[in-house]
Design a protein around this ligand. Sequence first.
Ligand code: G1P
Length: 298
Amino acid sequence: MPKGKVTKAIFPVAGLGTRFLPATKAIPKETLTLVDRPLIQYAVDEALASGIEQLIFITARGKTNLEDYFDRSPELERTLALAGKKDLLRIVENCTLDSGAVTYVRQNQALGLGHAIACARHLIQDEPFAVILPDDVISASTPCLQQMIAVHANTGGSVIAAMEVPPAQSGAYGILDVAGVAGRVAQVRAIVEKPRPEQAPSNLAVIGRYILDPSIFDHLAGLQASAGGEIQLTDAIAGLVAAGSPVHAYRFKGDRFDCGSKAGFLQATVSFALARSELREEFGAYLNSMVALQNAAQ
Ligand code: G1P
């Protein structure tokens, strides 16, 4: 039997980020800034706050900025220390990950999310593990992954974050068919990647947080490309369900922002800025004036 504790998280960060071109021509999408921190920092903070000890990044060519970001920066640290800028020094030091806690795996072909996860098989062994898609930023008083780990302690198997989306948007998500709903938890009967609305089994969508049983790797190993011409994680999860391995959907508590889209990224920027005490007043006043201008123009 696999060990029960979830201590490892995989962060797939190999994507080209084409929706944010030209910004992402020379910098990784995951280092785009939400207020004053790169997108990936929110995902890492969530993982660490949820008890994750080992962070595995699936990277690709062009992602060295991301590796540098989590490394020490001796020259900058020395300069800040000499200038007595202790607060800034602490901020810089806090985003350094311990060498022993972080692994970078290069995915040398863009074959899809399922393929990206399969690249970490040798690092996971026989234990359940988390997957965090950094595009999905979730603001919650209890971190989403921590909520899921608590659910997993009861259900075992695999747990997938879920939320209802407008039916017309089913083509942007993995969509779930569930049964046996108990509060926020439900058993997954089927899962399908990006169905057209008329073919979607429900409007319950997969959001980018997973706790997966390690047997998922056996299902990933035999997969062919499917939706979008990619090897899909969703198909391997469907394999788990078909094999009778328990998979549960969990409707998490929190606000999710789709930072893979420009509108979602902007919404997250506004929401996170307004949540910051040092920005709230000035930025809030600016937003109010913008709304007033818009209303006056109508
Ligand atoms: C991926 C998954 C999809 C899931 C989504 C959540 O799609 O393949 O099942 O619903 O993340 O954000 P992507 O957004 O990478 O196309």
